[in-house]
Design a protein around this ligand. Structure first.
Ligand SMILES: C[S@@+](CC[C@H](N)C(=O)[O-])C[C@H]1O[C@@H](n2cnc3c(N)ncnc32)[C@H](O)[C@@H]1O
Ligand code: SF4
Length: 338
């Protein structure tokens, strides 16, 4: 099984590097949204747009559908890591622990991205006990910056929420960690960013081996974020094109079981199939997915609605700037090796 997993990664990585429309391997990373409402309105997030939910509505995935979707995925792919978030705040799903438990029982590594505002001591303990292994969150040491960007967020409450999680991890002696994207590093130089991240790390000194702080990178997937964060005139230039890796590595599923072409398609505008109706393998190399991959390899992102405004092909992403960097980071680094 171990070798098969590596073979899968290599095949997927090669398919991306060789710009194949039909991927030889399988997705590396699975992202499943169980709920898409949010209690925050972060200015860099599409949730801050008052019309956001007019496109895709609001919804929650039942536990029963979730189990059907997982069974479908597992019948086609070797599912190793699942992230239980996409649009919205996953902890608004009051039964999230049951979804995590199901994955844990199947030996799957579970992560979640959360704003960490809804974490009592008890909930944090339950989430870690259910098998949650990693929480990603946006935070920083500067309360004013945090509250300006994370609209409706209260810095002290979030700090306490993150600490509850870390205490739970330590108390249960669990393989559990928190990854913080330091929001204050947005638009900071690398020297400034290092100082800012050290301040954030110091807030969690007691659990330093469980906390990673990294710089934030706000992108412009739906064409709004940069306008909110800066002036439109400061939008970066579109000069150097790099093939976006997302349609080669990601399988992103919304609350209704729909698979979308990219994890940044938060409004499910490019639906490539539905896991409650079709097999995962059929969707992965289906016509719509291949149309998306083809448009990107032919440098025509403007032909696909969700790619039109996205800056990833021009500016890179967390996974890197060049195809080789992306392959190294996405397929063979850190957590993805599981
Ligand atoms: C949409 S949120 C959903 C999960 C959860 N509510 C949270 O805030 O972590 C998932 C991730 O998307 C990121 N995100 C939202 N808008 C973004 C943008 N314009 N650029 C980069 N990341 C963004 C957030 O920073 C968060 O890490
Ligand atoms: S980034 Fe997360 S917390 Fe903020 S508005 Fe978007 S979904 Fe909500």
């Amino acid at each position: 099984m171990h070798n098969l997993r590596h073979l899968n990664r290599v095949s997927t990585g090669l398919s991306y590097l060789l710009q194949r429309e039909r991927v030889w391997g399988q997705p590396v990373f699975f992202t499943i949204e169980t709920i898409n409402s949010c209690n925050f309105r972060c200015i860099y997030c599409p949730q801050s747009d008052q019309e956001h939910h007019f496109v895709n509505g609001r919804g929650i995935m039942s536990l029963e559908d979730f189990k059907r979707i997982i069974a479908n995925l597992r019948s086609c792919f070797d599912v190793r890591i699942v992230s239980l978030h996409r649009d919205g705040e996953p902890l608004l799903n009051k039964r999230l622990e049951a979804y995590i438990e199901h994955l844990t029982e199947l030996g799957i590594y579970v992560t979640v991205s959360s704003n960490c505002s809804l974490l009592s001591e008890d909930r944090a303990q339950r989430l870690v006990a259910a098998g949650l292994r990693m929480v990603g969150t946006d935070f920083c040491a500067d309360a004013a910056t945090y509250e300006r960007l994370r609209v409706r967020g209260v810095w002290e409450e979030t700090l306490e929420g993150i600490r509850h999680l870390l205490r739970a991890g330590a108390k249960q002696d669990a393989d559990f960690r928190v990854v913080i994207k330091d929001m204050a590093t947005h638009a900071a130089s690398s020297t400034e960013a290092a100082g800012l991240m050290a301040r954030t790390q110091a807030l969690f000194a007691e659990w330093s081996d469980r906390v990673t702080v990294m710089p934030v990178y706000f992108h412009n997937a739906l064409g709004e974020s940069l306008v909110n964060l800066s002036k439109p005139s400061e939008a970066p230039e579109r000069t150097l094109y790099t093939l976006c890796h997302q349609p080669w590595v990601n399988f992103t599923i919304d609350f209704a079981g729909r698979v979308v072409g990219c994890c940044r398609d938060l409004r499910s505008e490019y639906v490539i199939g539905n896991l409650l109706e079709q097999s995962a393998a059929e969707i992965w190399n289906g016509e719509k997915m291949m149309t998306l991959r083809r448009a990107l390899t032919e440098k025509r992102p403007q032909d696909i609605g969700i790619c039109k405004a996205c800056d990833v092909p021009w500016q890179g992403s967390y996974s890197g700037r060049t195809p080789l960097e992306k392959v190294r980071n996405f397929f063979f680094a850190g957590a993805w090796r599981r």
